[in-house]
Design a binder for this molecule. Structure first.
Ligand code: HEC
Length: 147
C-alpha cells in the first residue's frame, strides 16, 4: 500500500471513530422507559375547552426549548445536551408511545438532558392527569389542523 493510501485509510478510520462518538449524543432517543410505562395509552382526551389552559402551560414551561411551533427550536434549544424533541415530526412522534412521552414529562431528562421534571414529586408538582393532558397537547403539533 502506498503511503498516501495508508494515510487516507487512517483518516477514514479516525473520522468514523470520531463520528460514532458524536452521533449518540445527537440522535439518541431515550430507551430507558420501563416496559409497563411504555405500554400505557393516554387515558384522557384534551377537550376544546381545555386548549387555552394547556397552551398557556406550554408557553410558560416548554416553549423555550421545544419552540412556539413545537419544532424543537426554542430559544434555549442549543443548551439542552441532546436536542429537544421535534413534536411536528410525524414519523418520529408516531414512533413514540403515549407512555414514553408521559414518562419524559413526569421524570424529565435526568442525566440525559436539561429538561426539567413535572410530575407530582417535582417542583412543578403536576398531577398525573395534568401530565397526560400535556401528552395530548404536544401530540397536536404532529396532527393535521382541523378543517
Ligand atoms: C430545558 C429545555 C426543555 C424544557 C423546558 C422542556 N423540554 Fe421536553 N425535551 C427537552 C429535550 C432536550 C428533549 C430530548 C430528550 C431526550 O432525548 O432525552 C425533550 C423531550 C421531550 C419529549 C419527548 C420524549 C420522547 O420520547 O421523545 C416530550 C414529550 C417533552 N420533551 C415534553 C415537554 C413538555 C410538555 C415540556 C413543558 C411542560 C417540556 N418538554 C419542557 C428539553 C426541554
Amino acid at each position: 500500500m502506498s503511503q498516501e493510501r495508508a494515510v487516507a485509510y487512517l483518516r477514514a478510520i479516525l473520522g468514523f471513530a470520531f463520528l460514532s462518538l458524536l452521533l449518540p449524543t445527537v440522535a439518541a432517543t431515550r430507551d430507558d422507559v420501563p416496559a409497563d410505562v411504555r405500554k400505557l395509552q393516554n387515558p384522557v382526551t384534551l377537550e376544546a375547552s381545555e386548549l387555552r389552559y394547556y397552551h398557556r402551560q406550554y408557553k410558560g414551561k416548554c416553549k423555550r426549548c421545544h419552540g412556539p411551533d413545537g419544532s424543537g427550536r426554542g430559544a434555549d434549544a442549543d443548551r439542552t445536551g441532546v436536542p429537544p424533541a421535534n413534536f411536528t415530526d410525524r414519523d418520529y412522534m408516531s414512533s413514540r408511545s403515549d407512555g414514553e412521552l408521559f414518562y419524559q414529562i413526569m421524570m424529565g431528562g435526568g442525566s440525559r438532558c436539561a429538561m426539567p421534571d413535572f410530575g407530582p414529586e417535582s417542583d412543578h408538582g403536576w398531577t398525573e392527569d395534568k401530565v397526560w393532558h400535556m401528552v395530548a397537547f404536544v401530540r397536536r403539533f404532529a396532527q393535521p389542523a382541523p378543517k
